[in-house]
Design a protein around this ligand. Structure first.
Ligand code: WAQ
Ligand code: MG
Length: 258
């Protein structure tokens, strides 16, 4: 099999590393050798044209991937247009309750995301205790080693009348990888970019449920929460998120809309 490389980018302002800089942008791709240049260009463009600001620190890391790939179909997707932020959050609560998550745990997660600005990764919350279990503080867990071939993504997006944007491709790839782990109950996400107010709730059962408004325009707070259960070995779960190479493949004939 062809060799593949994980390309990871992170960009910050006011200093990188653990110097208290502001997180601007991150991104991850998984490409063969002849895709490295293109991937780096895509990620550098993402960092340099970001609505959270102009970075003064950028790091790009390239690693050869030796683990075997897991191929996944994108989650089924649905979009709900809501008239207000309040209705959007209500819908998110409703969807998360369908995943058997307690109201307190949901409210707590929403409260944390509403105050959270500048984490570059996600928080993991155990639904039995309502507690955060990842111990990664302000960094959170960054899901990596995942991608979706551009043409296949574009055919999928066109069929579903979704934007052909890198944002949607990245979000669907991440949500599909996370939802396919047996310990994942659901994910809640909205962007930390001030110009993007749409978010989603995702799970294997619900699919990728886009909600047109989960925050106010101009707000730089947002993030991701992964709700888990029965996760006795949290390190193995994190290992899957960070290290397992996952590639999305959409086959039109398997799709529910056809
Ligand atoms: N792993 C873990 N957490 C991540 C990752 C990752 N690879 N990428 C982003 N995050 C976390 C991090 O805390 C970010 O600050 C936060 O999520 C938001 O990331 O129309 O654009 O890339 O269907 O700003 C969802 C809806 C858009 C897309 C989400 O998030 C659609 C978005 P952003
Ligand atoms: Mg962002």
């Amino acid at each position: 099999m062809q060799e593949n490389y994980s390309i990871r980018m992170r960009a910050a302002k006011g200093g990188g590393k653990e110097n208290g800089g502001k997180h601007i942008s991150g991104g991850e791709m998984l490409v063969p050798l002849d895709g490295i240049k293109g991937a780096i260009t895509t990620l550098v463009n993402k960092a340099l044209t970001h609505s959270r600001g102009k970075p003064d620190f950028m790091q790009i890391q390239v690693d050869l991937v030796t683990e075997c790939f897991q191929f996944l179909e994108p989650l089924h997707s649905q979009t709900s247009q809501v008239p207000s932020l309040r209705k959007g959050r209500q819908l998110a609560v409703h969807l998360l309750k369908m995943c058997e998550i307690d109201r307190d745990t949901i409210d707590n997660a929403i409260a944390v995301l509403s105050k959270n600005g500048g984490m570059r990764g996600a928080m993991i919350i155990d639904i039995h205790t309502g507690e955060r279990v990842d111990m990664r503080g302000q960094k959170g867990i960054r899901v990596s080693r995942m991608d979706w071939e551009q043409q296949n993504f574009e055919r999928w997006a066109a069929t579903h009348q979704l934007p052909l944007s890198l944002r949607v491709k990245e979000a669907m790839t991440l949500a599909t990888k996370v939802a396919n782990h047996p310990n994942t109950v659901a994910e809640l996400c909205w962007s930390d970019d001030p110009d993007y107010v749409m978010g989603y709730v995702a799970s294997k059962k619900l699919g990728y449920q886009r909600i047109s408004k989960l925050k106010e325009f101009g707000d730089e707070r947002g993030g991701r929460v992964f709700f888990v259960k029965g996760c006795e070995d949290i390190e193995a779960y994190i290992e899957y998120l960070e290290k397992k190479p996952v590639y999305l493949v959409w086959e039109a004939e398997h799709d529910r809309v056809n």
